[in-house]
Design a protein around this ligand. Structure first.
Ligand code: MRU
Length: 386
């Protein structure tokens, strides 16, 4: 049965490889032309989604993609909190790094404070604002706690502590890239030449500082010479798959086919994809919280005998008993009733818009982390102390 399904999948996958694919062109207009032309030459792995530049936080404005690759720069932590809330920056690891850098901005702002206690109070106040920006991504809370912890244990004057916090935020950013590269190395072994792989939302460079989580094993497998085609779900309502994943993959010349979210079961049943890999916003001992729709993908994968992988750095894992409650973000109903600012549903209709859902970890074939590929039953043993 398994073998027969595999054979059908192979035929369909190879047919998919013969289909032409295009790369993004003409995405850059107006005054950005010259700089944008240079940016256009960079692969996605060379870009930095969030970066500390000259004492400020610079990030790619993801609300303008795929039409324009532009950057925004913030000098105040409140602006960073708003950017996270408005999804200028999104994706759990990128949100975490943005929050850490936001806190570094607050530290710099308070560095003239005479005593450490007052400095810490200002930092705590900034941390509370950043914590409220988005509730589900564990990386946000993890990064804030790490920077606050560094502030508490650094026994120096506020001005020196502020410098240490800027370094800490930059270190978190560098570690993110290193973790993603390792996720890529460990996860690449899960893919074979000729695989068609389904993914959901955006888990690439744009969801991290660079390289991505669930897209990392695909990138690495391709650099190893394996031919992989990605099936990207549209990801209603914010369309991260349609807007961002396809942008990233086309830019890196990785074959990609865009499907509507509701087509997942059909493409799996037809054998058009052999594996599924997604990222995560928070992983507890029981559930994977990830972009809404993930649970249905996991169920469809199970029903069709397709491996379902979850790729995430250890900063996404909240495995302690007191961390088991997951708050699922509910966003504006307008994201459901409108597309591109235009109303598509009748006026006055009620809409419910959970941004994430919870997939029981029993549906996960393996987790791919920077520490290796881990079976669901081994999570606590392999990642204790997170
Ligand atoms: O609402 P978003 O775009 O921030 O949601 C992002 C996701 O759900 C990703 O799958 C998750 O953060 C993992 S990204 C590496």
């Amino acid at each position: 049965m398994r073998h027969r399904k595999g054979t059908v999948a192979l035929m369909l996958c190879e047919w998919q490889f013969s289909a032409p694919f295009d790369v993004t062109k003409g995405n850059f207009t107006g005054h950005l032309q010259t700089r944008a032309s240079a940016l256009q030459l960079l692969s996605m792995s060379e870009l930095r989604t969030v970066e500390w530049v000259n004492g400020k936080v610079r990030m790619i404005d993801q609300t303008r993609l795929p039409d324009k690759l532009t950057y925004v720069t913030y000098s105040d932590y409140r602006q960073v909190a708003k950017a996270i809330k408005d999804m200028v920056v999104r994706g759990a690891p990128a949100i975490g790094v943005a929050a850490a850098m936001g806190l570094a901005l607050a530290a710099n702002d308070a560095k003239g404070t005479a005593d450490k206690e007052q400095f810490m109070r200002r930092l705590q106040a900034a941390a509370e604002v950043l914590r409220k920006s988005r509730p589900t991504a564990w990386n946000l809370f993890w990064a804030i706690d790490r920077v606050l912890g560094k502030a508490q244990t650094t026994k120096e004057r506020p001005s020196e502590v502020a410098s240490r916090l800027v370094e800490e935020a930059q270190r978190i950013a560098e570690e993110d890239i290193e973790a993603n590269r390792k996720i890529g190395e460990h996860g690449a072994a899960l893919f074979e030449d000729g695989d068609c792989v389904l993914t959901h939302c955006n888990t690439g460079t744009l969801a991290t500082v660079s390289y991505g989580t669930a897209l990392a094993p695909i990138r690495t497998a391709i650099t190893q010479g394996k031919r992989i085609r990605v099936f990207a779900t549209e990801t209603r309502p914010r369309l991260q798959g349609a807007k961002l994943t396809t942008y990233e993959l086309l830019r890196d010349r990785i074959p990609v086919t865009l499907i509507v979210d509701g087509a997942v079961g059909y493409v799996m049943k037809k054998g058009m994809v052999r594996k599924a890999i997604v990222g995560a916003d928070r992983i507890t001992t029981k559930f994977v919280a990830n972009k809404v729709g993930t649970y249905m993908i996991a169920l469809a994968a199970q029903a069709n005998g397709i491996p379902f992988y979850v790729a995430a750095p250890s900063s996404t894992f909240a495995l302690r008993p007191e961390q088991s409650e997951v708050k699922i973000e509910e966003r504006s109903p307008q994201e459901v009733t409108h597309i591109g600012g235009k109303r598509i549903a009748p006026k006055g209709v009620e809409a419910f818009n959970p941004a994430f859902d919870l997939t029981p970890i029993e549906l996960v074939t393996s987790f791919v982390t920077e520490k290796g590929v881990i079976e669901p039953g081994m999570l606590s043993a392999r990642l204790s102390g997170q």
